[in-house]
Design a protein around this ligand. Sequence first.
Ligand code: SAM
Ligand code: SF4
Length: 326
Amino acid sequence: MLIDTYNRIHNYLRISLTDNCNLRCFYCMPEENYHFMPNQQLMQVDELIKIAQLFVEQGVTKIRLTGGEPLVRKDAAEIMHALGKLGVELTITTNATRVNHFIDDFEKAGIRSVNISLDTLQKEKFHLITRRDQFDTVKNNIDALLLRGFKVKVNVVVVKGLNESEILDFIEWAKNTAIEIRFIEFMPFDGNQWKSDKLVTLHEILSKISEQYQFIPSTNAAHDTSKHYSIPGHAGSFAIISTMSAPFCSSCNRIRLTADGKIKNCLFSEEESDLLNALRNGEDLLPLIENAINTKHKELGGQFSKQFELIDANTIHNRSMIAIGG
Ligand code: SAM
Ligand code: SF4
């Protein structure tokens, strides 16, 4: 078992398959000329499976594939099939632009739930946010997943002045559609020009929704990062991920593996441990994993406090989100 010094059991591994992406969301991948990692720097399929297997032997029961965009990786299907044999709950977070090529693979690998990023229901705004014209494809692929019986959660990063005016439109979408809308507070990462006044907080989101709907808080699972709510009569539901205004570090069960094989024990950790090079050098990986767990900070990577108004994003040492794996 991977238990840290605050008695948190780590049984959920998020693996980034690549830092490459076919969209350019400004809050995630700031510059158009960002240099993607060369292929040899990434974990190859056999390496990735060996590392994942080791985590499973240490008690990991859930693996999420992420990125960058996991489905731009050529061997994504091969990776899913191999991980599907490890006996864990396998899930994926994707921008859904390429989902139509992978629905059969999801089924075969045992993926039943898919998280999809979509920050706006307006085609032009989608282009503004992602710098690519893929809105219709994403919407069609969400419909295709629902038709095939997948559980779909839609991730919406809420940014002041950009899309908070659409909060009620997302809720309306979930009225007759069995999706979970997950509003995510905007988080600071390297180069994404985060400022506290761009944050739309849990409190503000709930207050907006309460203008038109009566909602009921649902019971949260032990390690939930999101707070769940239902609305009577709605087929879908909503949740809020309040990393900035009401963090959930005390029940964190997550470890991250970057596409270049480094452990990050927290989304905001500055420290990383290089598993991939150790594997390539024939070293024992377990002490590195244990050390990464043992040195996990109590909250927020030890980099900032819960008072988000005081955060100076320029003082945070971290990768950009696209290079971490969200
Ligand atoms: N490409 C996939 C996607 O977009 O779903 C997977 C990777 S993406 C980095 C994972 C999640 O992180 C997405 O839901 C995205 O919206 C979220 N994300 C990226 N940057 C963020 C930020 N600065 N604050 C909050 N969420 C962010
Ligand atoms: Fe790509 Fe996902 Fe980041 Fe957008 S949020 S740039 S889709 S990795």
